[in-house]
Design a protein around this ligand. Structure first.
Ligand code: OAD
Length: 317
């Protein structure tokens, strides 16, 4: 696996105390968020990356947005699928997959829908996808239960094809490059360009992917949108794992703002079972409520995670 990771500046005492806890831990949870995949080139939700062509990613991730403009929402998800397929797992995905294979009592709760943990070889039985998967699709018709997993068709419908860069100055890629450059410097609130200034083709519902089974319903991405319940089976599995644990030794909280519930609530649930918390994040402000027994490792997960896990997994880079 290729790695561009530079050495990090983890205080040796922190590394030592964490390694010792990790070695002795037999029940470990990991809560993963978008920051884990940032080094793979996928944008996070909150902060500058959380804007897609001046649309707030979180406002597109709702059933209401899909009802109002399924063409817009599908363009967003088709783009995310395309980006995720083009991205590669980074050293942190591989390190976590390795740790998961080595520690029997290990469970990963991922909020990520990008498929990178799976592609890094994370044992699937130890990976719970709290927010679904970009590569699952399901029928929206009330009377149809059609679900398809592992749908990697890109574009998912011809009308959603992303124009090849350079062929058209108003092309999707060209416009995205412009908006990304702007957004690197500015957050959405600071933007003074109007939504209309970036052209969005309107894709009629008839050109969107339809259910091959009932032939009536539109397909939608198999992700959890705001306002929707998390998959019942996933929640049951996670709750059972926690209930079955007399004690949890450690929870790793990696690359997440831990603001979205119920995912964020697992940190407190683990703590109530005795877990010490280790946060890996580029922002200290996103590591709230840590005690003196916890760890905060500041920096890029792709660099920090392999380093802090090295004592157990060795050098996997
Ligand atoms: P967020 O975008 O809320 O947070 C990403 C976190 O990663 C922030 O705390 C960043 O500081 C941190 N971060 C950024 N780059 C990093 C890096 N290279 N290494 C380590 N940390 C880094 O993403 P999530 O917490 O995953 O839900 O968001 C949770 C949920 O909210 C998502 O699953 C999605 C979203 O809206 C739904 O769509 C339902």
């Amino acid at each position: 696996m290729a790695s561009t990771a530079a050495p990090s500046a983890i205080p040796p005492a922190d590394l030592e105390s964490f390694s010792s806890r990790l070695k002795s831990s037999t029940r470990i949870l990991a809560l993963l968020g978008a920051g884990l995949s940032a080094a793979s080139g996928l944008p996070t939700f909150r902060g500058a990356g959380g804007i897609w062509r001046t649309h707030d990613a979180m406002q597109l991730a709702t059933p209401e947005a899909f009802d109002t403009d399924p063409g817009l929402v599908w363009q967003f998800y088709n783009y995310r699928r395309h980006m995720a397929l083009a991205a590669r797992p980074n050293a942190a995905h591989y390190a976590l997959a390795e740790l998961s294979g080595r520690k029997e009592g290990f469970l990963t709760l991922s909020q990520n829908v990008d498929g990178l943990s799976q592609r890094a070889g994370h044992p699937l039985e130890k990976l719970q996808l709290l927010h679904g998967n970009l590569f699952d699709v399901k029928c929206t018709d009330f009377y149809c239960n059609y679900v398809q997993q592992n749908n990697y068709t890109d574009p998912i419908a011809p009308a959603l094809a992303i124009p090849v860069e350079g062929t058209d100055p108003t092309s999707f890629e060209a416009r995205h490059a412009v908006s990304s450059a702007l957004l690197e410097k500015k957050t959405r609130k600071e933007l003074d360009i109007a939504d209309e200034s970036i052209y969005l083709p309107s894709v009629p519902a008839g050109d969107l992917p339809h259910c091959p089974e009932c032939k009536r319903g539109l397909l939608r991405p198999g992700v959890v949108w705001f306002g929707e319940a998390l998959p019942g089976k996933t929640i049951d599995t996670v709750n059972q794992w926690i209930m079955d644990s007399k004690k949890i030794d450690l929870i790793l909280v990696i690359g997440t703002s831990a603001k979205v519930y119920p995912a964020a609530g697992y940190v407190d649930m683990a703590r109530s079972k005795g877990a010490r918390v280790a946060v890996v994040n580029t922002e200290q402000g996103d590591a709230r409520g840590l005690t003196k027994d916890d760890w905060f490792f500041k920096g890029d997960a792709a660099i920090i995670v392999p380093e802090i896990l090295k004592g157990v997994i060795g050098d996997v880079r």
